[in-house]
Design a protein around this ligand. Structure first.
Ligand code: NAD
Length: 486
């Protein structure tokens, strides 16, 4: 058994079913087997969670950062101790190979541990006043209740980083995970309770997004929205959040350029694709979506990538031989198939099927072969929008200026990658590309200590680093007018 049966929501410190008594099914995308029934919460569950978080806020906000950090340390340690069980839950409901799931658990625990430290550092500033009799200080206080809405592709990592930063800052949290992957969120909530995090400080509601998130968007006590997901839903929620003028942090979609210059270490650039694109079957917001390779090495690069792709074992994530699991759902698979089909119809060359494949272990899950597409037009939807699948679109370029112009010819601005041995070229490219993060010869540039987030249609706000804590704090200026003797 993966989780406590039946899995329950966490509201006000209690493990509870949906107020309506209804539930929904969670399915394994590798086998299409039924995994569990999870509470189908609605607006009344959302209201109960918001009430609990609002009640818990004053005491949690008043505790010292050090005291809050101690709870987070305990939670981080509990996650590390339970890493294999947590990884098995992620593999079951999200499909990714166990090794990658274990990596996600450890990264999530590292975020919680890092914010346990950062909780002590919500420092303010002292401002020199123009008036010799005035003393000005700026303090930073917890913003209030925060709503955390997360997707299915890193179902623990993305939830843990929001919750850790919010709790460290002194906010209390209402969270709603994606309906594809609620089990890991409920397991995380259970660990938080066992770590002693007081009732109401973290609440997790599962169910249809509109009634739950809609109720929170109308609630004036909720002062922050921290959302990770698609650009379309992010734009919708930005409008909803505007009704009560909540400050929002939106981590949205991307279409990352991966630029390989003619002097690059080709082995490194090819291996980098395995790490950044085959990982999670390409269902990563910052995954390379447009691979620009200098024309003098383009053909060799494609040949090397083909050899790598042929060696990728596709199968159930529980099998240690599998380097790539299934896509999350049939609709995700059909969408990637359509994008590849349309690119091919417009003249692109497609290597490997670009379609649904059965595997020896299971002929049912949503598996897709890694697919290489060459000669794709710059305006093909496959590269204009995020493919969110294991499709490597490789395109030649002729000059530095062309590579940068094409890298920036997108509505998105999240991740970017540059491969070159020339330091000058690397730095100039990194500065010129419009994105929130750039990896120079680094296929996995995100880290706990540094901010991660996007620009343009990839959203605004940052997670990780001191910036991630700041999202949940409110600045207050205190001005003291001195009247006494000098
Ligand atoms: P999604 O936008 O469909 O869903 C994300 C979350 O929002 C889920 O919890 C979902 O239930 C909820 N939601 C959906 N519709 C809603 C509505 N109308 N009102 C309120 N809530 C709603 O995204 P997804 O398919 O789960 O995740 C994939 C997307 O997430 C991709 O676009 C990917 O690029 C993006 N993503 C971004 C980052 C980042 O850090 N920028 C990280 C991971 C994923």
């Amino acid at each position: 058994m993966l989780t406590k049966e039946p899995p329950l929501q966490l509201i006000g410190g209690e493990a509870v079913p949906a107020a309506s008594g209804r539930s929904f099914a969670v399915t394994d995308p590798a086998t299409l087997e039924h995994l569990a029934d999870v509470p189908n919460g609605d607006a009344s569950d959302a209201a109960a969670a918001a009430d609990a978080a609002a009640r818990a806020f004053p005491a949690w906000a008043a505790a010292s950062g050090r005291a809050r950090g101690r709870f987070l340390f305990k939670l981080s340690e509990a996650m590390r101790r339970d890493d294999e069980r947590l990884a098995a839950i992620i593999t079951a409901e999200a499909g990714k190979p166990l090794k990658q799931a274990l990596g996600e658990v450890r990264s999530a625990a590292a975020f919680v541990g890092w914010y346990a430290e950062e909780a002590k550092r919500a420092n303010g500033t002292v401002v020199a006043s123009a008036d010799p009799n005035r003393r000005i200080s700026v303090i930073r206080q917890p913003a209030g209740v925060a709503a955390a809405i997360t997707p299915w592709n890193f179902p623990l990592g993305l939830l843990a980083r929001k919750v850790a930063a919010a709790l460290a800052a002194g906010c209390t949290v209402v969270a709603k995970p994606a309906s594809e992957t609620p089990l890991i969120a409920l397991a995380f909530a259970e660990l938080a309770t066992r770590a002693g995090i007081p009732p109401g400080v973290l609440n997790v509601v599962t169910g249809d997004p509109e009634p739950i998130v809609g109720a929170w968007m109308d609630d004036r006590r909720i002062r922050r929205l921290s959302f990770t997901g698609s650009t379309a839903v992010g734009q919708h929620l930005a409008r909803e959040a505007a009704r009560t003028l909540k400050r929002a942090s939106l981590e949205l979609g991307g279409s990352a350029p991966y630029v390989v210059f003619d002097d690059a270490d080709i082995d490194l650039a090819v291996e980098g694709l395995l790490l950044s694109k085959i990982r999670n079957a390409g269902q990563v917001c910052a995954a390379p979506n447009r691979i620009y390779v200098h024309r003098s090495i383009h053909d060799e690069f494609v040949t090397r990538v083909r050899a790598m792709v042929d060696a990728v074992g596709v199968g159930n994530g529980r099998d240690p031989q599998s380097a790539m699991g299934p896509l999350i759902s049939e609709s995700a698979l059909r969408n990637v198939e359509r994008l590849v089909h349309d690119a091919r119809a417009a003249g692109a060359g497609v290597y490997t099927g670009g379609r649904w494949i059965g595997t020896p272990q299971t002929r049912r899950g949503w598996f897709m072969q890694p697919t290489i597409v060459t000669g794709v037009a710059d305006d093909a939807e496959l590269v204009v929008e995020e493919a969110f699948g294991p499709v490597l679109s490789i395109m030649p370029f002729a000059s530095f200026g062309e590579a940068i112009a094409r890298a920036n010819d997108t509505r998105y601005g999240l991740g970017a990658y540059v491969f070159t041995r020339d330091l000058d070229r690397a730095q100039r490219a990194a500065e010129a590309i419009e994105s929130g993060i750039v990896g120079i010869n680094d296929p996995l540039p995100a880290s706990v200590e540094a901010p991660f987030g996007g620009s343009k249609a990839s959203g605004y706000g940052r997670e990780g680093g001191a910036e991630g804590l700041a999202e949940f704090l409110e600045e207050k200026t205190i001005s003291l007018q001195l009247r006494g003797e000098r």
